[in-house]
Design a protein around this ligand. Structure first.
Ligand code: XIL
Length: 365
């Protein structure tokens, strides 16, 4: 399916806008001795991330997970946090009205437990990948506002309730503000009014009181009109004592676009409101074919986002939206673009992988 999204991105020079000195720029070749190199090579990202307190996560494609053992092994080796790329979305769980299928999602949660990984929950509400019966029902008028509210509430209790105690953080609402910084025009806003957002958080909190509850979106990496709209929304939710705990920054970038402005300042302003933060869906795409310059720009962008996370106080995790170009969502959605991940199609590390490792190794906390 096609997702229309505005773009965000990076450029080599702009990556240096973050508070890094040239000496500590992560993609610059560090002078290490052979022993250090050998040790680093033997470790996964999760090993180098550990001392920073920031979890390193990936989205998991459950079809690949079941078909491809090297894919599965890489997840266990490299990551200490996982999120379902698709299988926790409403349209996947409740394809037929009233028939809930948690098979694939449970498989992911069980595997995470066996591998000592936390699980982020994605997502309780989105305007894409909803069940056909829901969208058709609303479109035809068969489902009115009162019923939609009941259906939504039941959905939250069923899904968050099913996983209660096993999900560290839920993306309670995904992409509810559009690129003109207005509440997104969706069936939820149209029928239920803006109050649906507070309702979602209150229901999720009742259904799983220990889970951290997040807003999540793209094009909110830097300080801009859209992230400012989120900032104001969070302030209002807090004033209304709504249980909101985190701000999720997706981080879908592209090397052909300017790197977002003031990422660290942006993260910090949400933390000052009392929220945790997380980078939740990082990938850095490029116009195909890749070349050495694009690959290097990509490494800088991954590293620059991670630096913002490490320099912030309450950035709890850095999740990539897939880790291998073998299974990326990018080519199917962004024409002529790809190579967005940190490993290539053969699971060989790209400079972005090494940049993340170096950044974790250098990074404070
Ligand atoms: C994407 C998946 O990666 C694709 O496999 C699927 O076809 C569409 O959704 N923002 C989000 C994610 O919050 O859920 C999207 O995932 C990518 C953009």
């Amino acid at each position: 399916m096609k997702v229309t999204r505005a773009v965000a991105g990076t450029a080599i020079a702009a990556a240096l806008l973050l508070t890094i000195t040239p000496q500590s720029a992560p993609a610059a070749p560090a002078t290490t001795d052979a022993t250090t190199d050998a040790t680093a090579a033997a470790q996964g990202l999760r090993d180098v991330a550990k001392r920073t307190g920031v979890r390193i996560g990936t989205a998991v494609d459950m079809a690949a997970f079941n078909a491809d053992p090297p894919y599965r092994e890489a997840i266990a080796r490299e990551f200490n946090s996982v999120v379902a790329e698709n299988v926790m979305k409403w349209g996947e769980i409740e394809r037929e009205r009233g028939v809930l299928d948690f098979t694939a999602a449970d498989q992911l949660v069980d595997s995470a437990r066996a591998n000592g990984q936390q699980v982020r929950g994605h997502t309780l509400l989105w305007h894409n990948q909803n069940p056909g019966w829901l969208t058709d029902g609303v479109a035809s008028g068969e489902i009115d506002a009162t019923e939609l509210r009941q259906i939504l509430k039941r959905h939250v209790f069923e899904v968050a309730g099913h996983f209660r105690g096993r999900i560290v953080a839920w993306d309670v609402v995904n992409e509810v503000i559009d690129d003109s910084a207005q509440l997104r025009d969706t069936i939820f806003l149209r029928l239920l009014g803006p109050e649906y957002i507070a309702d979602m958080f209150r229901w999720a909190h009742q259904a799983d009181p220990k889970a951290k509850l997040y807003l999540n979106d793209y094009n909110v990496e830097g300080v801009n009109a859209k992230s400012t709209a989120y900032y104001e929304l969070v302030k209002q939710l807090k004033a209304d004592r709504v249980p909101v705990h985190g701000f999720g920054i997706q981080g879908h970038l592209g090397v052909q676009y300017p790197f977002p402005n003031n990422v660290l300042d942006n993260v910090r302003r949400f933390e000052k409101l009392g929220l945790d933060t997380a980078f939740t869906e990082v990938d850095v795409r490029m116009p195909m074919p890749p070349d050495a310059t694009k690959i290097q720009a990509q490494a800088y962008a991954y590293s620059a986002l991670l630096q913002a996370c490490l320099l912030a106080q309450r950035c709890v995790s850095f999740t990539v939206w897939g880790f291998t170009d073998k299974y990326s969502w990018v080519p199917g959605v962004f024409d002529g673009q790809g190579a967005a991940n940190i490993l290539d199609e053969n699971f060989a590390p790209k400079p972005a992988y090494d940049a993340l490792k170096t950044t974790f190794t250098l990074g404070g906390r």
